[in-house]
Design a binder for this molecule. Structure first.
Ligand code: UGA
Length: 435
């Protein structure tokens, strides 16, 4: 069986590597020639724990990396894992996926196989039926359901645990219309992931499941962030004990109840915006999600208030930012709240020094010499009037009085409460703890 994966980002490269390491014949395709060269040499173009090793295993077995669509001819299965970026109005940009699908269509027109094409990219309901299927039929000259099958197969992996999530997903969702191909797809996934529930539905519902999933995760985060803001005004209240207690109610669940600076990353903010935009088009005002988004934005205002309250006039002050990645164990800074705070502080003429164990190089490309870069916790805090912990990197939970001794003013604002139990000799302020 020949499997192709089109688009080698977090999802595509993890999937191609895991499938190849399990012994499948896999072609990983990406139009970026430089990226393909790196990956062929075992270099992962971004930081993702465990991916390097799984990629190496895959390359030793049957993983071939290619940038030419001809290489995927005669595939039995084609996964589409290209990006669907955000437009300025919140809607998603389909140019990349349309191009990829057109190329796949042209290739399968010459194929002897009747492939299944799985769409893993996140697309709004109606995209498969109204946009992708017509392109495939036109370019291939073949009929869907007879000579190929098109199936929606949303992905739920998280960056930083991409390999674990690819190997052990919590659910497989298959959205389609053609029974023959859905049956084949079910057999394939039953072999790949025995004992994992498979939900079979139609295109639109499957596309909507992905948005419902990410919107609900964003909802949990905004919910706890709302509670956290209330806690901050109750002297002594602690949002983590509240999250722990309510999380033990199985109707609520303990995950995604970590209050913080708001959700960032390449998915939750984009998907919430896209489904809100789509919702309006269908005639439903997304009142609930509007609130989820507003609370997310409010967290930045809350952090700014804490900074001002504890530092006074900000002009010319030195502020240290600890953590730039949108979460630990990644170098991804897309939609990172940390960067939003830096932009606001720069406008207020603050002198900024930043630290991150993984993401510094990506941040340098954006801020260049407008900010200072430190390679250690001690150095980032040196001479600063305030240190702000933005990402819950484990090393930040080990900050001691030694690290903060050269601060100009010992003010620590901890947006993740990872230092709440340390006995630091400083003015400690945290999101979600009443003072
Ligand atoms: C998210 C979803 O969790 C995945 O299931 C989904 O597949 C993925 O988007 C996607 O659509 O591709 P990811 O973007 O990797 O995954 O990041 P998350 O782990 O969800 O974190 C998103 C943001 O929420 C981060 O800024 C994180 O710090 C924040 N967060 C998360 C909190 O503030 N509190 C929490 O309790 C959890």
């Amino acid at each position: 069986m020949k499997i192709s994966v089109v688009g080698l980002g977090f999802v595509g490269l993890s999937l191609a590597s895991v499938l190849a390491s399990k012994g499948f014949n896999v072609i990983g395709l990406d139009v970026d020639v430089i990226k393909c060269k790196k990956i062929s040499n075992g270099i992962v173009p971004f930081y993702e724990p465990d991916l390097k090793q799984v990629l190496k295993n895959g390359l030793k077995k049957n993983l071939e990396i290619n940038n030419n669509f001809l290489s995927i001819k005669n595939s039995d299965i084609i996964f589409i894992t290209v990006g669907t970026p955000q437009k300025s109005n919140g809607a998603i940009e389909l140019t990349i996926i349309k191009k990829a699908i057109a190329s796949v269509g042209k290739i399968i027109s010459k194929s002897k196989k009747n492939p299944i094409i799985f769409i893993k990219s996140t697309v709004i309901p109606g995209t498969l039926e109204n946009t992708l299927l017509p392109i495939l039929e036109k370019e291939s000259g073949k009929e869907s359901g007879k000579e190929f099958g098109l199936i929606s197969n949303p992905e739920f992996l998280q960056e930083s645990t991409a390999i674990r999530d690819t190997k052990f997903p919590h659910v497989i969702v298959l959205g389609g219309t053609e029974k023959k191909y859905l049956k084949k797809a079910k057999i394939f996934f039953n072999i790949l992931h025995p004992n994992i529930p498979i939900i079979i539905t139609n295109y639109q519902t499957s596309e909507m499941i992905k948005y419902a999933n990410n919107s609900f995760l964003a909802t949990k985060i905004s919910f706890i962030n709302q509670i956290s803001s209330i806690c901050q005004n109750i002297p002594g209240a602690n949002v983590d004990d509240i999250a722990k207690a309510i999380g033990l109610d199985s109707r609520i669940g303990k995950l995604f109840l970590n209050a913080g600076p708001g959700y960032g990353g390449s998915c939750l903010p984009k998907d919430v915006k896209a489904i809100m935009n789509f919702s309006l088009k269908t005639g439903t005002t997304p009142l609930f999600l509007e609130a989820v988004e507003k609370i997310n934005e409010q967290q930045i205002v809350n952090i700014m208030k804490l900074i001002k309250k504890n530092c006074g006039n900000l002009k010319g002050k030195n502020i240290a930012i600890l953590g730039l990645a949108f979460k630990p164990n990644t170098d991804d800074i897309r939609d990172s709240i940390s960067l939003k705070i830096i932009k606001i502080l720069l406008k207020k003429h603050v002198i900024i020094t930043v630290h991150d164990p993984m993401a510094i190089e990506n941040v340098k490309k954006i801020f260049k010499n407008k900010i200072n870069y430190a390679s250690s916790i001690t150095n980032v805090l040196k001479n600063s009037h305030c240190g702000i912990i933005m990402t819950a990197w484990p090393e930040y939970s080990k900050i001691t009085n030694n690290h903060i001794k050269n601060m100009e003013k010992r003010v620590i604002i901890d947006s993740r409460r990872i230092l709440k139990n340390s006995k630091l000799d400083c003015n400690y302020q945290a999101i979600g703890i009443g003072s």
